[in-house]
Write a protein that binds this ligand. Structure first.
Ligand code: PHB
Length: 359
């Protein structure tokens, strides 16, 4: 029989009971000090029937923050908070990896220690405004990271990975997508460096590959995924040759024997008008598991798995509104509609109060 969304799968060391993956979703509801709260435990526990949960993007250090009320994965209190999440998901028979995040230039001094300037590959201010505790504020020109600072950032990923292991996660996903730090290095619109980390695609991918190597050495390659978004213009991103850049990235990642590559196959936040890109070609270059994301529904998800393009499909907005998305897909039941007014920040409303199927 052909494979579909309900077939079990193995992504590296991670065994999935189905191929319906919960995409990483920023929800801005962590507690003081970036510590996951009981409400966050409930939210993830409710969604544990997913084949795999990828947590919301989670800062790896104080300098990695770029939005209010994010959780972190670098303090003992955060580890303890996340441990309650992983225990609850595991008790329901679910699997959960944490997405490791550094926002780079997509931040604001008011969100950083001692009002620090955000850091980036190059001192290029992104168009747009930061979400801060004081409302929207223009992005500032970031400070270009010195070459001697990059090993410190790699170590921050190692520390966060150790924290993720202590918190009981099944693996980690390195966030190299959507215009945040590692993506800022990858794409030439935001990387104008003239050292070993800028210029050629080999140089622009160097930091990502160093991070992945260090994370792999810490937790094991079969528990590591990487997320990319080759043509997502969100966060003022562009690359002059995305196919060439990301084909190189996919092939270079083969050296690690990772659990999976996760691709955002277009533009997010209304940036759907991204330029053409051959995701089939990209996928064929990568030897291991592939998670496809963006605007899939049940039918498209089944089709993309049956065709062999993807091993699993990540659903974002449908999982916000449908904690039991897997059951609804299995029964062809109607879906709850998501309320975008409660996506970012707030309380239990629009977070843990979406109804489950009753019958
Ligand atoms: C967002 O907060 O809008 C956001 C965060 C992380 C992403 C993408 C979007 O990767």
């Amino acid at each position: 029989m052909a494979l579909d969304l309900f077939s079990p799968a193995k992504l590296g060391a991670i065994a999935l009971k189905n191929r319906v993956v919960m995409a990483p979703l920023t929800r801005n509801r962590a507690g003081e000090g970036g510590v996951p709260q009981d409400i966050n435990v409930t939210y993830y526990e409710q969604r544990a029937t997913a084949g795999l949960i990828i947590t919301e993007a989670t800062p790896i250090s104080p300098m990695a923050h770029g939005y209010p009320a994010l959780p972190g994965i670098y303090t003992d209190a955060q580890i303890a908070g996340w441990k309650k999440v992983t225990d609850a998901v595991h008790a329901q028979g679910g699997k959960i990896v944490i997405q490791l995040w550094h926002v780079g230039r997509i931040s604001h001094p008011s969100l950083l220690p001692n009002q620090a300037e955000p850091v980036a590959p190059s001192a290029i201010k992104p168009a747009g405004q930061a979400f801060t505790y004081e409302g929207l504020q223009d992005y500032v020109t970031p400070r270009a990271l010195g070459i001697d600072e990059l090993p410190v950032i790699v170590q921050d990923y190692v520390h966060a990975t150790r924290c993720a292991i202590a918190a009981g996660f099944d693996g980690v996903e390195v966030h190299a997508a959507n215009g945040y730090l590692l993506d800022q290095f990858l794409r030439d619109g935001s990387n104008h460096r003239q050292d070993a980390y800028g210029g050629s695609v080999e140089n622009r991918a160097r930091l990502l590959l160093e991070v992945v190597q260090a994370v792999v050495d810490t937790i094991g390659a079969d528990k590591v995924g990487v997320r990319i978004s080759p043509v997502n213009p969100f966060n003022d991103m562009k690359d002059s040759q995305p196919q060439q850049t990301f084909n190189y990235v996919a092939q270079a990642l083969n050296q690690f024997d990772l659990a999976y590559l996760h691709a955002v196959e277009g533009g997010i936040h209304g940036g759907g008008e991204s330029e053409p890109f051959d995701f089939e070609a990209l996928r064929k270059l990568f030897n291991n598991g592939y998670i496809a994301n963006l605007s899939y529904d049940k039918a498209k998800g089944n089709a993309v798995i049956a065709s062999g393009h993807a091993d699993a499909v990540a659903y974002g907005v449908p999982f916000i509104a449908n904690p039991d998305l897997v059951a609804r897909y299995a029964k062809n039941a109607p879906l709850n509609e998501a309320d975008s007014a409660t996506f970012y920040g707030g309380n239990a409303h629009g977070y843990t109060d979406y109804p489950f199927l009753t019958a």
